[in-house]
Design a protein around this ligand. Sequence first.
Ligand code: HEC
Length: 182
Amino acid sequence: MSEIVTKFWIATLLLLVAVFTLITLTGFELYRIQLEKETPEESYFRCGVTNEAIHFGSLGDSLAETGIKVVSEGQQLFQANCTQCHAIQEIVVGPPLKNVAERHDLDWLIRFVRGPQAVVESGDPAAVALYERYRQFMPNHDFLTEEEVFAIMSYVDYDHVVAQTGDSVPDYTAWKQRQHGL
Ligand code: HEC
């Protein structure tokens, strides 16, 4: 009799383990399907665009993989839209963009790049000071999405760090720490 009871409990236990495993595997599979459906924009936001800090703490991707994706998109956009007037280190038509994330927060940068004239005309002190120094309006770039401006700023910052340290090997850890002000 007691043997039957023991077998019953062992069977119950095995059943519970099987059900638990099934639920866990289904969960992982659903999450994987969800990630596959993500657009690049969603994945940028999953990787974290907060008000000021830019961080690439990510689920699934390694930091380097995620960083490279954003930075290289930013580089292409910068070359296509900004290099006729900006370099990172020196004045071209507009100011050098090195350390720009230390002069303005990300919200400001996104607003300014997409519509500089409106920001100057709103009386924003930083924008007015720039306009008084450079004496011309930077053209609007409202065709760029917030994520695209974010990517450009990530590239500018990354490029500047590499230029500063003279490091030919990208140091993502230092870059990330700097973004967090650590
Ligand atoms: C036709 C020239 C021109 C182009 C193209 C241009 N800019 Fe500018 N940019 C300027 C000028 C001039 C200023 C100085 C601000 C002013 O006069 O309004 C400026 C200022 C800035 C600033 C503020 C810099 C600081 O030191 O505070 C940022 C950031 C910026 N530009 C980013 C960009 C980005 C990103 C692009 C490409 C998407 C871009 N600009 C394209 C001319 C340009």
